[in-house]
Design a protein around this ligand. Sequence first.
Ligand SMILES: *Cc1c(COP(=O)(O)O)cnc(C)c1O
Length: 503
Amino acid sequence: MAIGTDPRSEDRIPVIYDRSHPGRRGVRLPAPDVPPLDEAALLGPALQRTAPLGLPEVAESDVVRHYTGLSQLNYGVDTGFYPLGSCTMKYNPKVNEWVAALPGFSRVHPLQPEETIPGLLELMASMERILAEISGMDAVTLQPAAGAQGEFTGVLLMRALIRARGEERHTLIVPDSAHGTNPATAAMAGYRVAVVPSNARGGVDLAALKGLLNSDTAGLMLTNPNTLGLFEDEILEIAEAVHAAGGLLYYDGANANAILGEVRPGDMGFDVVHLNLHKTFSTPHGGGGPGSGPVGVKAVLEPFLPGPRLQRDASGRLTWDHQRPQSIGKVRSYYGNVGIVLRALAYILSHGPEGLRDVAHTAVLNANYLRARLADRYPTRYDRSVMHELVLTLAGQKVRGASALDVAKRLIDYGVYPPTVYFPLVVKEALMVEPTETESKETLDRFADTLAAIDREIEEAPELLHDAPHATPVRRLNEAEAARRPRIRWAPPADPSGGPAAP
Ligand SMILES: *Cc1c(COP(=O)(O)O)cnc(C)c1O
């Protein structure tokens, strides 16, 4: 397709205005056979446009080709390998999309009387039960719409229980390797954040944790396996210490594919957990949602869950119970993101317990296979076997003149989505790779070979790395500017002869 040139940079992005020709139209409507409206009288002068709108003048085929071309610039898990650490961009079976789109589900109105949707309520109740079983919890709410919202809900539940016990506690502890949403959630809920350092093995430093625990500790937020992909093997001691100080344990279960069917947060001593149905259970993460972050709790926290809750009446039918005097209140409108819940339910039921265990085994096997294949050029920071993801340190590459960002950008030229970079912060020049369970050995081998080839380029052709990516219409972005002053629409160059106005 023709690619227009954005005059303000050397980036080459397709621009529909480049296809514009005066007078060209997609459709021509017949002349009206009724008198024209008197717009001036209807709108008044203040609302009338004084200059033309400045729309591109194009044929239907121009529009279709422009947008189809743009759609083909998208990279997704349906087009290639997407090893984005901590985000679980795995392939999701399309049959689950079909299930969620069945008209009996997709045409339900959120304000429809509950007695007209007994089937949907039954499925939601089964999902609550299944997620409770998977996480080792006693009760689950499907309301939160994202992982971070699940965290916020969970922390409010912890606070409600602590207050119901007649206590005030103001500090939440998070490890220095934590996902950024954990300290953000704690702060949003009004807590002071205390950071516990990692020990030499990449786990929570138990002695340092014990030093932080006191009567002001509301709890500890933890991911296990943590964001380094490492299993916290002292978890039972950690849980005991937090509970002994009167605190609660929050489990960030955003990426649960490493533990499915093998370990349960409830059995590790956690009191609250959120799961990301996007990421782990058949909805891709990214693209701005929608998501679903159900929260599971131990029985002591159940009275505080967001209302309404599903309950069975005397005849065994499910209804919504709004009488929840201790509830923290609703955290989202209506029933939550039901479509995501349905996909996840289809995914879980079609896998069954053995299939879910296979998911965990393959996720862990794939990550460790990559770790072994990459070890000579790209070591992990901690010399231990990993769970579902691995964090490489490119400190060695940095000394030779290429940063983790250079390597990540160069991967794009090879057709691979760049892994997460510079996170977690405890690893220098971090490249965080999550291969996921749905990738074949051939894909993993190709990825390892590609990283080895890029490593050789550092000496042979360093500019290939520094200027990467080369093959994309938009080259290397100034990431701080892109976040702070995003330019999200195109404006035509100023035209003194009176060309189209800025859209
Ligand atoms: C993705 C993620 C979250 C946040 O989930 P969102 O749905 O993006 O809000 C929290 N913790 C960890 C470890 C994650 O990977």
